[in-house]
Design a protein around this ligand. Sequence first.
Ligand code: CTP
Ligand code: CA
Length: 225
Amino acid sequence: IGVALKDGPLSGKRILVTSGPTHEPIDPVRYIANRSSGAQGTAIAQALVALGADVIFVTGPADVDPPKGVELHKVESAKDMLAAVASALPVDAAVFAAAVADWRVASASGSKIKKQADGALPVLEFAENPDILATISQMGQGRPGLVVGFAAETDDVIAHATAKRARKGCDWIVANDVSPETGIMGGSENAVTLISDAGAEDWPRMGKDEVAAQLADRIADELRG
Ligand code: CTP
Ligand code: CA
């Protein structure tokens, strides 16, 4: 009777993870997107599953295969991602690893935009996408007990990420330096700083799987209280 609980420190906990890029349509054949393989979000979801969590994985069109053992929700755009996130609530914790496009095309065309004979160029007007992390962080009732955001920055990484954490109202921010010279973007390693009420904690450069495992351990510690 009832559900068989998985073993592990996160057994019985519902945890939401967003991952991958979003695609924002221009017309039926074109889109704008953020650069993201989905590797870090996928690794985090897999690490949470390994600790026994029930993971709701909301992903944009990623390069990597989705993790095994999750409740999978595939989406395209930021608006779709927000809707999928909202419908997954309530959860005990939420990790926002997706690289959400900041803007969408204000009125995507229902038919293919054709080249003009006179060479006239199309003009795209943009609208700002909803901020999914900020929306969930600033919920009153029903807010997840722990909300974790990411901040991929260049220059003054800690200052930007600390300000971002305050602005959005999340509990933790996982910051990383994606300057080209770090080689982090698109690679298999990551060097992150965990920013919380306790301050900024630098983690050594390690594999994305290892970052994921450590983050999952910290989430388990936090949810255990
Ligand atoms: N995020 C989100 N929804 C958005 C934009 C960002 O949920 N529309 C989340 C990301 O998943 C990440 C965090 O917010 O966890 C920070 O994303 P980032 O792009 O660094 O923040 P922005 O507020 O968009 O600031 P920036 O101008 O630096 O891009
Ligand atoms: Ca952004």
